[in-house]
Ligand binder design. Sequence first.
Ligand SMILES: C[S@@+](CC[C@H](N)C(=O)[O-])C[C@H]1O[C@@H](n2cnc3c(N)ncnc32)[C@H](O)[C@@H]1O
Length: 153
Amino acid sequence: MNIKIIVIGKIRNEFIKAGVNEYLKRLLPFINIKIEFLPSFSELSEKIALLKEEEIILKNLRNGEFIITLDKDGEKISSEEFSKKLFKLPISQNSQITFIIGGIYGVSEKIKQSSNFILSLSSMTFTHEFALLILLEQIYRALKIQRNEPYHY
Ligand SMILES: C[S@@+](CC[C@H](N)C(=O)[O-])C[C@H]1O[C@@H](n2cnc3c(N)ncnc32)[C@H](O)[C@@H]1O
C-alpha cells in the first residue's frame, strides 16, 4: 500500500519531529509511506492563502488517488473502522491513499469537495503538526489492528 501525506507548513517542534520519525520507522517496513510538506501562505489573508494552498495541493494530486482530507468537522470514526477503511478500500495494492492536512486556515472548500472522505480526529482543533503525529499513530494502530497484533489497547 502507498500512503502519501500532504501537509501545509513545516514541522518546527523537535518533539513532533522525533515522534514523526519514530512512527515512520515503525510503518516503513509494512507501508510505503511518505510525507510531502508544501508551503504555507499564512502570512497572507485567509482567502488568498487558501486559494494559493489549494493550487499547490491540486498540483500534487494524481488521478486515481483515494483522498482523505483531515478536518475537525469531518466524520469521526473508531480506530477499528479506520483500519477497515485503509485496508479494505476497493483499490489495487499499487494504488495511493493521500491524506491532506491543512495549514492555519484549514483547507479550501474545493479541496474538501475533491476528497473521497473527510476525517475528523476530534472536535478539538490541533496544529497541523499535532494532526500529523496523531494521524501517523492512528495509521500504525490501524496496521496493528489489521494484523491482529497486540498494540490496540
Ligand atoms: C490549525 S488546523 C486548521 C484550523 C482551521 N481554523 C480550521 O478550522 O480548519 C490545521 C490542520 O490540522 C488538521 N486538524 C486540526 N485539528 C483537526 C481535527 N480535530 N481533526 C482532523 N484534522 C485536524 C486539519 O487538516 C487542519 O486543516
